[in-house]
Design a protein around this ligand. Structure first.
Ligand SMILES: [Zn+2]
Ligand SMILES: [Zn+2]
Length: 418
């Protein structure tokens, strides 16, 4: 490690100690007082990785806090002092030379191997999982909890594979993992064959008492809980990278876990009434295309033709987009109204718009109007409409020929229809 870096670290360390965090150590690790050793390790692994200064999500202050909290609580003596006398008790204990502060980066290396910027360390394979979330979550952004099964370093033996912590150098191969066997082909003629040591299986090390949890394998399979931070406007199919969260093994640095966020197909419950369905805002009736949203709004013949209607469209986050036409404002079937600023929030990797003007930071909402004609009328109403049409059709006709834009040969004698 370079001297200036070391000095910086020491300064940071001193600063952290001087400021002596009054935040509860259990809270720093997101645990409560009932946490056992296993919980502590799990919390340390998750949080130290998240805050490691080399990571994009890194936060050096938090990283040091997590290391300090873990060191204090994982030692039964200091944990007892902290539980009884709190931060003051710890400070006293430190003053009297009772506790040794370790380099937080060394602690990190103990857990994950490698170390800061170390090269030539073997790296495990990357993993990929798919996370399907509703369109609403892409719009509002959400921290989506999920769990997955992966290979983890055995907590019981801390990755040694041994029940008593003793790992011995294999006596057959002397730790090389390979043995050379001599075969006599003929008297005085030997052939040397190199092969994996059959005693240690090529590991170079043997364990007398294998760990009961992992059976000496050093790793176990288990579920872990993670949280994917879906940011507002993230594109479908985006890959959220969890650095070093793939399968773990003490012999290599874990690869990355890639979480692909996919849009969940809208579930339509046919037992629900139309009204209930339309008032839900889980996005079942919104469609997304890039930064834009699409919506179909149904109008009656009267509304489309006569105007004088309002609709309160419930958006994905529950806010209301009012749509309306004054009396006499006609909406043609299939007409599309584009509302600026009501599409998907714009999103860029590592950059979330928060205080920008709504219009610039969102795509558009395209509302397509569908006009539904009544297929049944009371006979009285039908008669009245009929005579009304008869009365007005000659006087106030629409020139369909002109409006259709088609050549005269195709449309004939339809000049006087209302
Ligand atoms: Zn084990
Ligand atoms: Zn061996």
């Amino acid at each position: 490690m370079h001297l200036p870096l070391l000095l910086t670290l020491l300064t940071l360390l001193t600063l952290t100690l001087a400021a002596t965090t009054t935040t509860d150590l259990y809270k720093i690790l997101q645990l409560d007082k009932s946490a056992n050793d296993r919980d502590l390790k799990r919390a340390y692994r998750t949080l130290s990785k998240k805050y490691h200064p080399d990571k994009s999500s890194g936060d050096e202050t938090k990283f040091l806090e997590v290391a300090e909290a873990y060191e204090t609580l994982s030692d039964p003596t200091t944990r007892k002092i902290y539980d009884q006398y709190g931060h003051d008790g710890l400070a006293n204990h430190k003053r009297t030379g009772g506790a040794q502060q370790h380099n937080p980066f060394d602690l990190f290396s103990q857990f994950f191997g490698g170390g800061r910027g170390q090269q030539g360390v073997r790296r495990g394979h990357d993993m990929e999982v798919k996370l399907s979330i509703p369109l609403r979550d892409f719009y509002t952004g959400r921290e989506v909890p999920f769990s997955l099964e992966k290979q983890q370093i055995c907590d019981t033996c801390e990755g040694s594979g041994s029940a008593d912590g003793h790992v011995e150098t294999c006596s057959r191969c002397n730790g090389r993992g390979m043995i050379i066997q001599k075969h006599m082909l003929a008297p005085g003629m030997f052939q040397q064959v190199q092969s994996h040591c059959d005693v240690c299986g090529g590991q170079g090390k043997t364990i007398k008492k294998p760990c009961k949890t992992c059976g000496g394998a050093k790793v176990v399979r288990g579920r872990i809980d993670l949280v994917a931070d879906v940011e507002p406007g993230m594109p479908r199919g985006h890959r959220i990278v969890f650095e070093n969260e793939a399968d773990e093994h003490p012999d290599y640095v874990a690869g990355n876990l890639n979480v692909v966020v996919d849009e969940l197909a809208a579930k339509i419950d046919t037992s629900e009434s139309d009204e209930a369905r339309r008032s839900r805002n889980d996005g079942a009736f919104f469609r997304r295309k890039g930064p834009d949203l699409y919506w179909k709004e149904v109008l009656s013949l009267r509304e489309a033709w006569m105007g004088g209607w309002t609709r309160n469209l419930t958006h994905l986050d529950g806010h209301v987009v009012p749509l309306s036409r004054g009396r006499g404002e006609v909406v043609q079937p299939g007409q599309v109204e584009s509302v600026a600023g009501e599409g998907i929030p714009s999103w860029q990797e590592g950059h979330v718009h928060e205080h920008d003007e709504h219009h610039e930071s969102h795509g558009k909402l395209h509302v397509e109007y569908v006009v539904v004609l009544p297929d049944q009328m009371e006979s009285g109403m039908e008669k009245e409409f009929w005579s009304l049409w008869e009365k007005w059709r000659k006087k106030n006709g629409v020139d369909l020929l002109k409006d259709s834009g088609r050549p005269a040969a195709v449309v004939q004698d339809v000049k006087d229809e209302l």
